[in-house]
Design a protein around this ligand. Structure first.
Ligand code: BES
Ligand code: MN
Ligand code: MN
Length: 459
C-alpha cells in the first residue's frame, strides 16, 4: 500500500526533519514585541518558502499586523479539501534566566527539542509540511486537496484574522480543518480534542492622587490605589474557588453524566501533576473533579498585578496608581462580550470611593465544542492510531484558540479536527519549552495517514 511506503520514508528522514525544524525555531517570532516585527515577518517568509519547497503554492496575505501565510495544492476536484491551521508566532521567552539553553538557540537533550515555540506551535504545525512533502515524494500527488492558513498573531488573540477570513472566505473554503496546537492527554495517550475553552481578558487601572506621595505626610488622608485594587481583586472569586461575579455561571452548559463518566475514566495522574507543578494540592471549585475544572468549567485568574514600590529595601510611599490583568476561561455557552459586561459591572460596583477605576477589554475568544459523530472525526481516530500505534482518547482542552470559532462561523465548517501532538509537560508559555522528538515523528506519520483517511474511495 502506498501509505506504507510513505510512512517508511517519514521514518527514515527523521534527522533531516529535525534539522529543518531547528532552523525555524531560531527565528524569534514573538508577535507581541513590536521591536521583533521584522523577525516575525522572517518566520512568515520561512514558512512560505518552505511550503513552496515541499510542493505547495504559497504567498503572504498582508494584514494590519503580522502577515498570514496562505498555501495550497488543489488538484483533486473529486476529493475533499482539508484546511490546515497553524501559527508561526510564539510567546515571549521571559524569564530568560530560567532557561537552561537560550530560547532561540534550539538544542536536543534527552529526546526533546528545547526552544520557544518547539511545541506551541512551530513544531506541531511543521508536521503538516513534512507529511505533505513525503506524500508528494512517494506518490507524486496528494490524495486530497489541502489549503494552509498559518497566522502570526495567535498568541495575541488573532486581532486581524477575522477581516482576512471574511474577505477570503472562498480561498479558505474547505470540508474539514486540521489543527495541531494542543497536546495529547498524557505521554503515550494521544487524543482528539473536541472542546476548547473561550477567553475574556481585561485590565483594571486604579488611579488615586496625582503623584506618588509621602506616606507619612499624607497617610490617613487618601485612598491608596493598591489597597483599592486589592479590595476589588479579593472579591472576584469566593474563598471556595467559585467566581463571585453575579450571573457568571448563568449560561454554562452543565456537563452531562456520560461526559463526567468519560472524563472520570481517563488515566488522570493527580500526584504526578502536583509534583510537576511543585504544589502540595490542587485547588478550585468544589463539586467538580480536577479534569472537569481544567477543561469544562469556567474560571478566573489574576495574570499580573502592579503598583507602588517593589524595589530593594523600603520606600514609604502612597502610590498614585495600581493595576491588574485578569482573564477568565469560558465554556459553552458563555460569550466573551456578555462576560466582559458582567465583569465590568461588577468591578464598577466594587470600586471604592476616593479612586478612579477603569476597566479595559483586551481580547477574547469563544469556547468551542465539536460534534464527535462526524465521519472526519472517525478518519482522524484511525489516522492517529496509525501514526502513534495507539488509538486516541477524546478530551476537552482548557486553552483557547481564537480562530476556531471564527472558522466555524465564517466558513460554516463543523468538521474541526484538533489533534495535539504535544504533551501536557512540554512547558508551552513557560521557560524550557520542549517538544518530544517521538511526538514530532508520530505527528508527521499521523498527518500522512489522515490525508489518506480523508480521501473518498474510488473517486
Ligand atoms: N496552543 C495554545 C492553545 C492551547 C493551550 C490549546 C493548551 C490546548 C491546550 C495557544 O497558542 C494559546 O496559547 N492560546 C492562548 C489564546 C490567547 C492568546 C487568545 C491561550 O489559550 O491563552
Ligand atoms: Mn498555540
Ligand atoms: Mn500559545
Amino acid at each position: 500500500m502506498v501509505l506504507d511506503t510513505i510512512l517508511e520514508k517519514i521514518d527514515s528522514n527523521q534527522n533531516r526533519y529535525i534539522e529543518e525544524l531547528l532552523g525555524f525555531l531560531k527565528i524569534p517570532s514573538v508577535s507581541t514585541y513590536s521591536h521583533l516585527a521584522a523577525d516575525v515577518r522572517r518566520a512568515a517568509e520561512w514558512v512560505c518558502s518552505h511550503a513552496k519547497r515541499v510542493g505547495l503554492q504559497a504567498r503572504l496575505i498582508e494584514t494590519k499586523g503580522h502577515p498570514v501565510v496562505h498555501a495550497w495544492r488543489c488538484r483533486q476536484p473529486d476529493q475533499p479539501t482539508l484546511l490546515i491551521y497553524g501559527h508561526y508566532d510564539v510567546q515571549p521567552p521571559e524569564p530568560k534566566e530560567e532557561w537552561h539553553s537560550p530560547p532561540f538557540s534550539p538544542v536536543i537533550r534527552d529526546g526533546y527539542i528545547y526552544a520557544r515555540g518547539a511545541s506551541d506551535d512551530k513544531g506541531q504545525f511543521f508536521t503538516y509540511l513534512k507529511a505533505i512533502e513525503a506524500i508528494l515524494a512517494g506518490a507524486g500527488e496528494l490524495p486530497i486537496n489541502v489549503k494552509l492558513l498559518v497566522e502570526g498573531e495567535e498568541e495575541i488573540g488573532s486581532p486581524n484574522l477575522g477581516p482576512v477570513l471574511a474577505a477570503n472566505a472562498d480561498l479558505f473554503k474547505a470540508d474539514a480543518i486540521a489543527i495541531s496546537d494542543g497536546s495529547q492527554f498524557a505521554r503515550g495517550v494521544p487524543a482528539i480534542t473536541y472542546g476548547l475553552r473561550g477567553l475574556s481578558y481585561l485590565q483594571i487601572d486604579v488611579r488615586g492622587p496625582r503623584i506618588d506621595l509621602h506616606s507619612g505626610a499624607f497617610g490617613g488622608l487618601v485612598k491608596n490605589p493598591v489597597q483599592a485594587l486589592c479590595e476589588i481583586l479579593a472579591q472576584l472569586r469566593n474563598p471556595d474557588g467559585t467566581v463571585a461575579i453575579p450571573g457568571f455561571y448563568d449560561q454554562v452548559l452543565e456537563l452531562q453524566a456520560w461526559e463526567r463518566n468519560e472524563l472520570a475514566a481517563l488515566p488522570f495522574a493527580e500526584q504526578e501533576l502536583t509534583q510537576y507543578l511543585g504544589i502540595a494540592d490542587l485547588s478550585g471549585e468544589p463539586d467538580f473533579a480536577p479534569l472537569e475544572r481544567k477543561t469544562a468549567r469556567p474560571t478566573l485568574d489574576i495574570n499580573g498585578i502592579w503598583g507602588g514600590f517593589a524595589g530593594e529595601g523600603a520606600k514609604t510611599v502612597i502610590p498614585a496608581k495600581a493595576g491588574a490583568k485578569v482573564s477568565m476561561r469560558l465554556v459553552p455557552n458563555q460569550r466573551p462580550e456578555q462576560i466582559n459586561q458582567l465583569f465590568i459591572d461588577h468591578v464598577r460596583r466594587l470600586a471604592p470611593e476616593g479612586v478612579k477605576v477603569e476597566v479595559r477589554e483586551l481580547h477574547g475568544a469563544d469556547p468551542v465544542l465539536v460534534r464527535r459523530d462526524q465521519p472526519e472525526v472517525q478518519a482522524a481516530v484511525r489516522a492517529i492510531a496509525t501514526g502513534f500505534g495507539t488509538a486516541p482518547v477524546f478530551i476537552r482542552e482548557g486553552g483557547s484558540i481564537p480562530i476556531v470559532n471564527l472558522l466555524q462561523e465564517t466558513l460554516q465548517l463543523q468538521a474541526i479536527l484538533m489533534m495535539g501532538w504535544g504533551n501536557p509537560d512540554d512547558g508551552t508559555h513557560s521557560p524550557n519549552e520542549r517538544f518530544r522528538l517521538q511526538d514530532f515523528h508520530h505527528g508527521i506519520r499521523s498527518v500522512a495517514a489522515l490525508l489518506y483517511e480523508l480521501a473518498k474511495p474510488g473517486a
